[in-house]
Ligand binder design. Structure first.
Ligand code: MRU
Length: 347
């Protein structure tokens, strides 16, 4: 839980909490150019599917202010293309960039003004979505677990830092805590970049929620030993069949949860559901290269020249997912529901 907004628009610039500096320092970045926004997304100064969607949206507002979409369409289109492909796996980025670019191009008046207004709408919708997911997800957890207090396991960072406020899976944990029914959250540390240790433990600490940190390899074993009543993860892209891409390590937790008969819930806004992607095998998984695997904080953790493979995400097949909770619906995959059969509630 942060009290500072993760992402804000101030005086013609995007201001972000620089997540690469946490937990040591809470500092902001001020971005005034499209290359600056792309760099911040790629370095993970801002990360998490909804947060990069909102940042990309503001990036388009900067692009429209720099190159008028009507009088300089080629420069605007080039900036939009660069923004939408800064990271490939989370559908939110390309989707929100396209949405805001569309608004700028369709505007009868000032394209830059229209882009900024649309980017603000994207931000406001994500903020509302977090609150709805938290409530709906907490209701479902209590229903599935059937007793209180609840012990929840999670991976990566899905809190306010990954969205605008409150988060996705971590919003559910925060809501359980606020309702007085959270016994403990177990945060997986999330190698190689430690989003769980650096960011989730920091957010849980600031909200005052009881929590412990565990190494990634301990997840399935802890589930087998009955250490958690529910696993809650976020998502970078939910395919039309329900297969879900999320931070590497999610699939291992899903396998462990299935074996231990622990409910495994995906919590994501509708903006992360991608009906144009049929299944998980169609989702592009970002490989972030070997450097993050063979060193930490500038110190080598493997012999010089060690080759490494570094998928930033994995795909959990739908048959391992109990349910998807969005801001507008719960899809009970375990009861045979599908994204097509369980329509979102009208807003
Ligand atoms: O590489 P990251 O830190 O951007 O990965 C983020 C995740 O995998 C999150 O779980 C996901 O985006 C959901 S965030 C609400």
């Amino acid at each position: 839980m942060t009290t500072e907004p993760t992402i804000a628009w101030r005086d013609g610039a995007v201001e972000l909490i620089d997540q690469t500096r946490l937990p040591a320092e809470l500092v902001s970045l001020r971005l005034t150019t499209v290359p600056g926004v792309i760099d911040a997304i790629q370095r993970l100064s801002v990360r998490g599917a909804p947060a990069i969607g909102v940042t990309g949206a503001y990036g388009v507002a900067l692009a429209a202010a720099a190159s008028d979409p009507r009088t300089d369409p080629a420069a605007f289109a080039a900036a939009v293309a660069a923004l939408r492909s800064a990271r490939p796996t989370a559908v939110n980025l390309a989707r929100m960039v396209d949405r805001v670019a569309g608004a700028a191009l369709a505007a009868a008046g000032d394209g830059a003004e229209a882009a900024l207004a649309e980017a603000h709408r994207v931000r406001d919708e994500e903020r509302e979505a977090s609150r709805a997911m938290g409530e709906r997800g907490a209701d479902l957890v209590l229903d599935l677990v059937g007793r209180t207090p609840v012990r929840a396991m999670t991976i990566c960072n899905t809190g306010a830092l990954a969205t605008v406020e409150r988060g996705t899976a971590l919003a559910v944990i925060q809501t359980l805590y606020e309702r007085g029914v959270l016994a403990e959250a177990i945060a997986m540390e999330t190698r190689p970049l430690l989003q769980g240790a650096r960011l989730t433990a920091w957010e849980l600490g600031r909200m005052g929620a009881p929590h412990r940190l565990a190494v990634d390899g301990a997840g399935p074993f802890l589930l087998a030993r009955g250490a958690a009543d529910v696993v809650l993860i976020g998502a970078d892209r939910v395919a039309a069949n329900g297969d879900t891409a999320n931070k590497i390590g999610s699939y291992s937790l899903a396998l462990g949860a299935a074996r231990a008969e622990v409910p495994f819930l995906v919590v994501a806004p509708e903006s992360t559901v991608d009906m144009a992607t049929s299944g998980g095998d169609q989702i592009e998984i970002e490989d972030r290269g070997p450097a993050e695997v063979v060193a930490w904080g500038g110190v080598a953790t493997a012999p010089p020249g060690t080759a490494a493979v570094n998928p930033a995400f994995d795909v959990t097949p739908v048959d391992l997912i109990t349910a998807l909770v969005t801001d507008r619906r719960v899809v009970r995959f375990d009861q045979g529901e599908t994204l097509a059969s369980a329509s979102p509630q009208e807003l």
